[in-house]
Design a protein around this ligand. Sequence first.
Ligand SMILES: C[S@@+](CC[C@H](N)C(=O)[O-])C[C@H]1O[C@@H](n2cnc3c(N)ncnc32)[C@H](O)[C@@H]1O
Length: 427
Amino acid sequence: MSEKIVSFFSGAGGLSLGFALADLKPVLGVDINDDAYSTYKSNLGIPCHNLDLNASDKCSLIDLLSPYKEVFAVIGGPPCQGFSTAGSRNELDSRNQLIFNYFAIVEYLKPKWFLFENVEGLLTSNSGKSVFELVRRFISLGYLLRLEKVNFAAYGLPQSRKRAIVIGNRIGAFFHFPPETHSFNAGKHNKLLPLFPHSPTLDEAISGLPEAVSYECFLPYTHAETSSEYEHFIRQSNNSGGVKHHFSTPSANELERYSLLEPGQTMKDLTESLWHPSFRKRAFRRVKDGTATEKRGGAPAGIKRLYSHLCSPTITSASSREFIHPSLDRALTLRECARLQSFSDRYVFSGNTSSIAIQIGNAFPPLVAMRFAQHLMQIEAKVGSGLISLKEWEAQLIGYRLTDASGMSPALMHTESLLKSLMFNLG
Ligand SMILES: C[S@@+](CC[C@H](N)C(=O)[O-])C[C@H]1O[C@@H](n2cnc3c(N)ncnc32)[C@H](O)[C@@H]1O
């Protein structure tokens, strides 16, 4: 019988879908957002509760959670906007407390395993104290855990997407993260390893889709055959014979901008008279106070034509407005963004265009979730067959990786010094 998992801050269900693809059994999702809740329920076919995990009264939360005590795994990604380097980073943002709500759920349910996901900004937020405190609490709860920043492209995603992941168990299994399987090249972010296959390119990820139209409707595939392994993965469970969410409606102004951009070029490469008003406002604001836009949290909003032969940059809720197709004069469609996030073509999202864009941009890519879930099952199998010995262990941070780069920023160095004190239970 499949092991059961429960997901909190479950969003559209990317994590749960990936765990289901690895033959685990999602039995519960919880999210505050009506549309995400509805997407989760209709695609995964299991109960999802529409609940504010910050404000729910304790008794009703306990009623909801109690059937899942000592479940196999708790998985989830509390909201990250408060930590995100792409937003205005606010350490007092109440959403930042939600990581401790996630902890409280693990504390109550005591799962064998948990997987926690957040943006890399968590690692340096609040001078590293937020992540330090989270890890410290998991240790005091009796977990062995690891914290790593990973780029999901290294697991075969056609997208550079860096996230901080914490995985823990209370069965006493010393473990590593799943080994990386792919080389990748997303331009600025790349990792080229000679013996590894390349992650799919943007072109491979979005190939085989029908021509996009200008309104939401069902569009049948025009080719029965798939042209890449990735497309096969995306299409394999889609029995509907086509896709939704594959539309784009550029205005005349947008069309003019798009037509002038070559792959790799952005709004900045257009003459100033063509800049979008919001982009111009930001650009001049930067000049006025002399602060680089990167330092205010986030690259300047603006359009960018993508390269077909590279992995895509990180998909966010803005991607279906800002990422321009490599060869067509339109932005990526929601379906193309969902494909770059490795959602099956059968997945149908609830809500209006901007709500769907948020759900897709927020999601944990199912393909990577599947690889992590398979890895946990392999560890369980090794424990079961005695290949991993569980004798004499103490809760602790077994390891961390805060960056792939050779050097560390002063902020990361500070976080590292805090985390070191938790290694081998020294803290
Ligand atoms: C980063 S997304 C999670 C994505 C999800 N792991 C997936 O794979 O698709 C964070 C989610 O937390 C939800 N959320 C935010 N505040 C919440 C709260 N107070 N209670 C419950 N859910 C909340 C958001 O609606 C959003 O769907």
